[in-house]
Design a protein around this ligand. Structure first.
Ligand code: PLP
Length: 456
């Protein structure tokens, strides 16, 4: 077997890739037809590919490289930790220094009394943990019939069987026997697409009311938890109307149901606060974290539990854990990442400097004839594409066609934006500069223009 390098010819890399590498969320045919894009290096907000392109990454990888690419301090933290203690587990009453320090730092940063961390290696694993945690919590409290977890259609909580079931992606549910029993879904607070003639405020209240209706339908005594992303990410950066979250908090309080905030995207500065729960004003009992925790430099995630939930769970042996729960190298890298986010004032800049600048520039895209709405919170935003702004109409073509065309134009213009149906979304590294924001907006506008032309 030949070992290929970043300097190997692109066609050779693509051939070997298509022959042996199965990709997530990818149609195999595309790999055979035109090959995968081969990314070879990255620095700051910029990617290099094997064909010599320099690409602005307005998605921070998969919403995770909060700190930007190429930070040597993180590589050094990993190297130091690998030399000192490359691996040990945290099962059976054992621990190590990186896990101790990281859990304490997360407890310091997390709002309220969310003071206890159960580590995993990804958001999916952490949400699987949550499913078992909330049911175990109620069983320990003498209410084992509280099994149902309520979630939302078009939510994304991961790809494992448990987390994929918690999610509300219908395309995922059609493959592999999901959702598993005990999970119920309600509609999402997407006013643009689903609000009809209602005002955003009334619509927000109506969608929150669905949670109460579902609780009553299932019987409050049978419901364990409600899980939601403070701002839906993979569903298309859906920002709920202002009336939504206060109502949801009232409802979970009224029925004593645990609230799980999935902060896998929103956490660690993405919304301009350390956690999206602070931005939308909720008090979760459990938070799911991953992605920005290590800025994607190492796979790590976790569940952050309130004092009360942790004390109930601690009353038993929780028969759950992953070989890499609290992996020392991942913890050391995450700790260094959090130090930099804090000491360099990255989260503050999202709140008061580059975040507001991005908002202003991003919202100016609504002047484009294809863009009906621009929604942005901190550094996650979406453009709703439409043939008719006034009626918020969908395109006559199959949903996603115009988004796909626009995304392809972005790629051709060396800009990575993603499309979710006919929404275009961004989630750039939090360290993006004003000059880079200008480039992002220029390239987005040009790509929209080209897509508009193509549709004529
Ligand atoms: N939860 C949310 C909100 C996510 O956006 C994701 C991934 O995009 C996950 C969970 C799953 O995380 P992972 O891909 O690390 O398993």
């Amino acid at each position: 077997m030949t070992i290929l390098t970043p300097n190997s010819p692109t066609a050779e890399l693509q051939r070997a890739d298509a022959a042996h590498h199965m990709h997530p969320f990818t149609h195999g045919q595309g790999l055979n037809d035109r090959g995968a894009r081969v990314i070879t290096r990255a620095e700051g907000c910029w990617l290099n590919d094997s064909e010599g392109n320099r690409i602005l990454d307005a998605m921070a990888g998969l919403w995770c490289v909060n700190i930007g690419y190429g930070r040597r301090e993180l590589a050094q933290a990993a190297a130091r930790q690998m030399e000192e203690l490359p691996y040990y587990n945290t099962f059976f009453q054992t621990t190590h220094v990186p896990a101790i320090n990281l859990a304490a730092r997360i407890a310091e940063l997390a709002p309220g009394d969310l003071n206890h961390v159960f580590f995993a290696s990804s958001g999916s694993e952490a949400n699987d943990t949550n499913l078992r945690l909330v049911r175990t919590y109620w069983a320990e409290k003498g209410q084992p019939e509280r099994q149902w977890v309520i979630s939302r259609w078009n939510a994304y909580h991961g790809s494992s069987v448990g987390s994929g079931s918690l999610g509300g992606m219908k395309g995922m549910h059609t493959q592999g026997g999901m959702p598993i029993p005990g999970i119920a879904h309600i509609d999402q607070p997407d006013w643009w697409s689903e609000g009809g003639d209602m005002t955003p405020e009334d619509f927000g209240r109506a969608r929150a009311k669905q949670l109460e209706d579902k609780i009553l339908e299932l019987g409050p005594e049978n419901v364990a938890a409600f899980i939601a992303e403070p701002v839906q990410g993979a569903g298309g950066v859906i920002v709920a109307p202002d009336t939504y979250w206060p109502e949801v908090q009232k409802i979970v309080d009224k029925y004593g149901i645990l609230l799980i905030a999935d902060e896998v995207i929103c956490g660690f500065g993405r919304t301009g606060r350390w956690f999206g729960s602070e931005t939308v004003g909720i008090r979760p009992d459990i938070m799911t974290i991953a992605k920005g925790l290590s800025s994607g430099y190492q796979p790590i995630g976790g569940s952050v539990l309130s004092d009360e939930v942790a004390s109930v769970i601690s009353g038993t042996e929780f028969n759950h854990g992953y070989t890499y729960s609290g992996h020392p190298v991942a913890c050391a890298v995450a700790l260094e990442n959090l130090r930099i986010l804090d000491e360099e004032g990255v989260v503050d800049r999202v709140a008061s400097d580059t975040g507001p600048y991005l908002k202003e520039r991003f919202e100016s895209l609504t002047d484009h004839p294809l863009v009906g709405e621009a929604k942005i919170v901190g550094m996650m935003g979406s453009l709703a594409l439409t043939p008719d702004k006034a009626s918020r109409a969908a395109f006559a073509s199959e949903a996603g066609t115009v988004g796909y065309i626009t995304r392809e134009r972005c790629f051709a213009n060396n800009l990575i934006m993603r499309h979710v149906g006919d929404r275009m979304i961004i989630s750039p590294p939090l360290v993006i500069s004003r000059e880079e924001i200008d480039v992002l907006i220029e390239r987005a506008w040009q790509s929209l223009d080209e897509a508009h032309e193509e549709l004529k």
